[in-house]
Design a protein around this ligand. Structure first.
Ligand SMILES: [Zn+2]
Ligand SMILES: [Zn+2]
Length: 175
């Protein structure tokens, strides 16, 4: 009997979704733009019914450079659709908006979990998975490991994991 495909998805990525007006400062000019966030990208346009003209994907180039909850300001470094690295300084109208957007941006930055069906052995010790030796996903890198090599738990605030969650030994060492 092969390994049991486990569908332990912690949250639905499609729930990572919001939109609304935010003030953005790029090249020292502040403008109000209409932003749309999904689990794949953050994009903006001049208005709700206008197609987006700038877009950044949640990949390794997407970085949070500054979090300022007191002023409701978030500074992002992104690679835009033209391949340029840009700084987006976002100023939210209210503290509640700041908190909810920052939380969703951090969740969108979480890695996509490896497919359990395609990954049949632990990344570290190469042991085959089975019903008695189940797969576990590292919350930080999204890769699958055996229980032994994913037994540490830490909080990962940059991915909006504010209570301890399972991580692999490599990510634990780096933390
Ligand atoms: Zn292992
Ligand atoms: Zn890991």
């Amino acid at each position: 009997m092969g390994p049991k495909p486990s569908k332990h998805i912690e949250y639905d990525r499609n729930d990572i979704k919001t939109q609304g007006y935010i003030s953005i400062t790029t090249k020292e000019k502040e403008k109000k733009k209409y932003f749309r966030l999904s689990h794949k990208s953050l994009k903006y346009s001049d208005g709700q019914n206008i197609p987006s003209k700038n877009k950044a994907f949640f990949d390794k180039n997407f970085k949070i450079r500054l979090e300022n909850p007191d002023e409701a300001i978030l500074v992002l470094e992104v690679k835009n659709i033209r391949g340029q690295i840009q700084q987006w300084q976002l100023k939210f109208e209210t503290n509640d908006e700041y908190i909810s957007w920052v939380s969703l941006i951090k969740k969108a930055k979480r890695p996509i979990w490896e497919d359990p069906i395609e990954n049949l052995a632990c990344k570290q010790c190469n042991v085959d998975f089975s019903v008695s030796n189940r797969q576990h996903h590292c919350r930080k890198c999204g890769k699958v490991y055996c229980y032994l090599h994913s037994s540490n738990k830490i909080a990962i605030p940059e991915l909006e994991y504010n209570t301890p969650v399972r991580v692999c030994d490599n990510c634990f060492k780096d933390s």
